[in-house]
Design a protein around this ligand. Structure first.
Ligand SMILES: [Zn+2]
Length: 329
């Protein structure tokens, strides 16, 4: 996930490019409009003149500064309205000559008050994906390629439903999770034995949300704790800053794949708690996949983690026969 500084520079250069491209577009719009509507230039000149006039007045009468500023503001507002009416009269949108940004939030700088804007976070995660090859996996593993063929329609003893009925329910719950992602806060824990499609479903969810411009961070539990450990103890040559791990707490969706496969100790336990807790408090959804049954989590994790997961996650169990073995046979 942490990017090298050269990759980071490439992304920032793209921001430079966006600003240049939009400035050029705005200039060409200005030229176009000035040719068509001669009055526009006169109005622009008036705006400049009003500004100069007000500055002179303020220098002359500093005690009346507020009055002059107020008058200027009103005059500029009236000129702006006049300009907008004129644009509309000639068939343009009234914002046609406003500054153009790909991202209004940060005005294409990537930052808002020194904090990374959503668009920059998204770009960074995107680059990390390109590197990790996940993008090509997501092209193959998504809701439209999910196959129900590997799930038997025979009822399972003790479960009451067939693996097929069960997976249909799980599939639609996962789909609903992505569809109502912006409206309804919820978290999922997918559990069941290996080879039942948990990772596939996590990929489906990731793809759907990436396609709708959400920042999604997909990490195996092993990688997640490795990253946090490297950051906390700085025991690697790799330089990891808070900026690099910030996404774990703030990305739109965090997917922790294969929880329980990591070395579980007091460090991973407290990091997992702080990660889940931070995300729950700021209403940032998390999806977990695990081979462990939620009721058995307490064997490995502290009570506070288990109660967080049991209380705030929708548990979805996958049942059936190992798909990888079926494919092999
Ligand atoms: Zn932005």
């Amino acid at each position: 996930m942490p990017l090298s500084s050269s990759q980071f520079k490439i992304i920032l250069r793209e921001y430079d490019y966006k600003r240049t491209k939009n400035a050029q577009l705005l200039r060409s719009r200005q030229v176009e409009v000035n040719e068509k509507i001669s009055l526009i230039q006169a109005l622009d000149a008036k705006v400049v003149a009003k500004g100069i006039e007000a500055s002179k007045l303020i220098i002359k009468e500093p005690f009346n500064r507020d009055v002059h500023l107020k008058t200027l503001k009103l005059e500029l507002k009236a000129l702006k309205e006049e300009k907008e009416n004129l644009l509309e009269k000639y068939g343009y949108n009234k914002t046609y000559l406003d500054p153009i940004y790909d991202c209004e939030l940060c005005q294409d700088t990537g930052y808002i008050h020194n904090k990374k804007c959503k668009c920059l976070k998204h770009a960074l995660i995107d680059v990390a994906y390109e590197q990790s090859n996940l993008k090509s996996i997501l092209l193959k593993e998504n809701f439209s390629t999910f196959s129900f063929d590997y799930y038997s329609s025979n009822k399972l003893q003790g479960v009451g439903a067939s693996p097929l009925d069960n997976i249909k329910g799980v599939y639609s719950r996962c789909k609903k999770f992505t569809e109502s992602f912006d409206k309804e806060f919820s978290n999922l824990i997918l559990f069941g034995q290996t080879g039942l499609g948990k990772t596939f479903l996590c990929n489906c969810i990731a793809k759907e949300l990436l396609d709708t411009s959400h920042s999604v961070l997909y990490l195996s539990a092993f990688k997640l704790f490795k990253l946090l450990e490297t950051y906390r103890f700085k025991n690697d040559d790799q330089e990891i800053t808070y900026d690099d791990i910030d996404d774990i707490y703030t990305c739109d969706l965090l997917i922790i794949d294969d929880l329980g496969s990591e070395v579980i100790n007091s460090f991973t336990s407290s990091e997992l708690f702080s990660c889940l807790n931070t995300r729950l408090l700021s209403k940032k959804p998390t999806v977990i996949s695990t081979n462990l049954h939620p009721s058995g989590l307490s064997k490995y994790y502290s009570d506070r983690i288990v109660s967080r997961i049991l209380g705030d996650f929708v548990a979805l169990q996958l049942v059936g026969a190992d798909i990888r073995l079926q494919k092999y046979n």
